[in-house]
Design a protein around this ligand. Structure first.
Ligand code: GLY
Length: 362
């Protein structure tokens, strides 16, 4: 088991990464002097796989929320808080979220606002959750106008990343999580790219458990370092948006039902690699390494049929919401540059190039 520490203005917390951690949850809670949770919240898919057994082990109730991106809404938070009130949870309560990023984002946000803030514990069960969503305290839900537009910084008291939960993760979700691993590795630990399985089609079997543990722990370590340096995203944390500007636009342009988040980010990383290479920020070798890493993910949902101008129109509206202005994250050979200006014409031409070079065959 690896233990990493996050320092936070809302309270420091550990991130544990290991195989079978959920089986020793009581010990982890006792040894961490954590308030035992009064409720477990999971989604409809994860509840029968992991949430139910966790609730049974702890002798507490299991609550289910719908697990889709479309369900990550105010209404889910309101319903959850209502049920917590009915169950007589008070200000001293702690809840445990068992699931992917949608579960931890929603439960974390409900915990942030219920009784003006109760404690919560995160047990991410997706690769993306383990390396990204559950770490760093961003919680929130979507509005009709876009993703994560309401939320709070409200870190969990602990993150328990049980590698065993990856055994039940669909192969597509696992590959989507690897896109976030590539992003994070590029920012802070490029040697980590060598640990990415060359046969992700094998899903969990593409690495041994120790390999997954190392991959998750090292990726989490990079994210933790970034978050500690800039918890409220005043600057450096924006590096974690590498690949996300086009990624979000692709998700929005396809109604959030073509790409998993990580798949859209994978296209976004390729696009900024091309752009940075054109600008001379990324060498031939750097561009080949970054695009090569994305290529190991295999076939992504296609972009060939999308109108580049329409997709890039979503970038403009996304950026208008960003008070810091039009800031792109572009890769360099040894990391990234944040707050780079990119005009829409440049972006449209890169999307066209990707459609011609790769999209049409996917
Ligand atoms: N997922 C990006 C961040 O936590 O800042």
């Amino acid at each position: 088991m690896r233990r990493l520490e996050v320092t936070s203005r809302w309270g420091d917390y550990p991130v544990l990464v290991g195989v079978g951690l959920l089986e020793s949850l009581e010990t982890i809670i006792a040894e961490g002097a954590l308030q035992p949770p009064c409720a477990v919240v999971s989604d409809r898919i994860v509840a029968p796989l992991w949430g139910g057994s966790v609730a049974e082990r702890l002798g507490i109730g299991l609550d289910e929320i719908p697990g889709g991106e479309a369900d990550k809404r105010w209404s889910a938070v309101e319903a959850l808080c209502g049920r917590w009130l009915d169950a007589e949870l008070d200000r001293s309560a702690t809840v445990l979220a068992v699931g992917g990023g949608i579960v931890t984002d929603t439960v974390g946000f409900a915990a942030a606002v219920f009784m003006r803030g109760i404690g919560w514990l995160a047990a991410p069960t997706t690769l993306l959750g383990m390396v990204d969503a559950a770490i760093g305290g961003k919680t929130g839900v979507n509005l009709q106008q876009g993703k994560n537009l309401v939320g709070a910084f409200w870190p969990p008291r602990i993150v328990i990343a049980d590698i065993a939960t990856l055994t039940t993760l669909p192969q597509r979700e696992l590959r989507a999580g690897l896109a976030e691993v590539i992003k994070t590795a590029w920012i802070g630990d490029q040697k980590l790219l060598q640990l990415i399985p060359s046969t992700p089609d094998l899903g969990y079997r593409s690495l041994d458990p120790a390999g997954w543990e190392e991959l998750v722990a090292r990726t989490a370590a990079v994210k933790i370092a970034v978050v500690i340096a800039d918890e409220r995203e005043a600057g450096g944390r924006r590096a974690l948006n590498l690949g996300h500007t086009l990624g979000h636009a692709l998700e929005a342009a396809t109604g959030y039902d073509r790409f998993l988040h990580g798949e859209a980010v994978a296209w976004g990383i390729e696009a900024v690699a091309v752009l940075a290479h054109r600008r001379g920020l990324l060498s031939d070798d750097g561009c080949a390494r970054l695009r090569g890493a994305v290529a190991t993910l295999g076939t992504l949902p296609p972009i060939a049929d999308l109108d580049p101008e329409t997709v890039c129109g979503f970038i403009a509206s996304d950026k208008k919401r960003d008070a810091s202005g039009v800031g792109w994250v572009l890769p360099t050979d040894d990391g990234v540059r944040i707050d780079q200006a990119v005009n829409l014409g440049e972006m449209i031409s890169v999307v066209r190039l990707l459609q011609e070079s790769r999209g049409k065959t996917d």
